[in-house]
Write a protein that binds this ligand. Sequence first.
Ligand code: KG4
Ligand code: ZN
Length: 335
Amino acid sequence: MALLLAIESSCDETAVAIVRGSPGVQTQVLASEVASQILLHREHGGVVPELASRNHSLHLRGLVEKALTTAGVSLTEIDAFAATNGPGLASSLLIGSTAAKGMACATRRPFLGINHLEGHLLSPFLQQTSVPAHLALIVSGGHTLLLDVQGAGRYQKIGSTRDDAAGEAFDKVGKMLGLCYPGGPEIEKIARTGDPQAYDFPRSMLHDPHHDFSFSGLKTAVLYTLQKSPSPLPVADLAASFQQAVIDILVQKTLRAAKETGHHRIALSGGVSLNLALRSAFEKACAAANYQLILAPPAFCTDNAAMIAFAALLRHLAGECSALEDDIHPNLPLV
Ligand code: KG4
Ligand code: ZN
């Protein structure tokens, strides 16, 4: 059994988690603390990097202590320390990475730098005993990625967004509709009372032979619809129609990619995968196609450190570690 402590600070959530696990056994999440900065950034309509990093450094020590208390372990019992080393905001990544390296140094334990996207990718398997071959869709604020996964650490990119990420489109359309930051959860909430067929927004690249995505045309279509109307439009209908277009694109393109790659198992992760309408559309489509669907547990969809700790645990158990000299990488690709 190995005990791992991980820090996630790539954007606007400061998070610390402690997990315990060994090969072939379901990993135990002993603590998963998240200090959200959403309210802090809301008044600016988006994340302010300078504010984010200052708040990571203000909250991190308290969160580490809280996680240790919740887990009922002491710092010296931790077998390895990990932190997200990219992609993300440089000044934010540095805070978590430097803190984890400091603890690793002080306790003479190994350090692991973890790709944030690998954390999301593996999060659906946090409560399983292994990572089987599957087709993965990561839908977050910064990324929309389709990957052919043969197991932990064996990933091949087969598609990604050519412009906005799915979550970014939710956030930008939310802003246009006068909703609070972040737009994703706000659009989901208001869309429940709207008609998803009220506006026929474009489903870009739906029938193209590749597996890439594009959401900027959809975002612009919402903007033009708003600009062209002489009177205010029903926000709930706009939100529901926009959300339905995103869902149609994600579900149809992912299922086609599964068919083409021969996968019968699909895993969904990232902040946008918290969306209940998206989850249920995937459930329906996968049931109809006889595919197994593995959804990231809601607590591990948006940024958290449990997913980073889990990715680090798998690498630690495989005998891997990173050098303390390793830098952070704001544009770190997954593959
Ligand atoms: O994974 P995440 O926490 O951070 C990144 O790595 O980017 O994802 C945040 C994104 C934001 O764009 C947010 O609007 C979106 O996830 N999001 C949602 C929902 N909850 C969060 N999008 C749609 N529906 C939701 N319920
Ligand atoms: Zn994320």
